[in-house]
Write a protein that binds this ligand. Sequence first.
Ligand SMILES: *Cc1c(COP(=O)(O)O)cnc(C)c1O
Length: 391
Amino acid sequence: MNYYEPLLLTPGPTPVPNEINHAMALPMVGHRSLDFEAIAKEAFANLKPIFGTNNDVMILTSSGTSVLEASMLNIVNPDDHFVIIVSGAFGNRFKQIAETYYQNVHVYDVEWGKAVDVEEFTTYLSSLEHKITAVFTQFCETSTAVLHPVAQLGKAIKEVDETIYYVVDGVSCIGAVDVDLERDNIDVLVSGSQKALMLPPGLAFVAYNHRALQRFKEVTTPRFYLNLNKYHDSLQQNTTPFTPNVGLFRAVNAYADLVKYEGFANTISRHCTIRDALRVALSALDLELLVEDAYASPTVTAFIPRDKEELNHIKSTLKSQFNITIAGGQGKLKGTILRIGHMGKVSPFDILAVVTALEIILSDYRKVNYIGKATSKYTEVIYHDASNISI
Ligand SMILES: *Cc1c(COP(=O)(O)O)cnc(C)c1O
């Protein structure tokens, strides 16, 4: 028997709280019933504070990528020029979607591991000769663990041209960050269920402002399942255009109850405290961090082992000896970095477990005594911020 409970520390999917699993296990109801309407109505409204919007949030039964695609097809007309910020694998995904449908895609590359420099981006945007319809960016670029300065970027984009639509992929951080569509100048904010929202995979979300909603109606780009007008029309009737994942809709409401219980501000600060503690701990293990402090995501942390052998040893031993799963790099960072997800249902002690395991693994592998070195640093940060962490 393996006495180690599995600890899933990938940046999605993330562990699912029992309360959510229980909600999913309730008997099925018909999706064209008053039962479902009550569930859906609550779910659309429950997500508003999490996404920082006054509008009900649209819910699609599909993975996160579907709303990356939907956000483009419902904002950009076939001949429009628009900009994709690419700072990692998910920026690349936006780019691939764009190049599948459109000719006039302008790619703004950011070095992987760095955040977009708002001033440099503004200069670039102003220099483009075509009228630009929209700018697409990640909020947290999950593949590099960077949190982009989304609010500053929004302000800067609107200063260049207030008619540009600003579309943000928040799949790996919504639920763990403070966001406000109006304050941050975001027109469309999309996310998925299986990351900081601590739900199983299978739902995707679209938050939008009034202007974006108007635009969805005018855009002529062909789309069917991803036509957001259908979702909005249905939402107003407390339903969905196609058969929804009913269990996951119930799970959204169970999730909202958990956030209300903790207090959303506390949820956010718990993520920050864990990030700060983990970063100090990894440094104490002589592991280089990929991202500088100012842009480190509260939901995922990337570090650079000394070489490929050490990287593979850490990842495989965490799993085989301690039943802990972390993630490798993606795209050009594959084989260079490891990533620890710490979003959703994650307590300081969950991450203490991975820090302890890393002390043991690296002491053994490098023949350096790290025992107590990282855990003490980690615990000091948690102790210092303890008032942020409620139970
Ligand atoms: C995970 C992720 C996606 C893709 O979501 P899927 O559910 O795998 O389709 C898109 N963007 C970001 C930032 C992500 O982290």
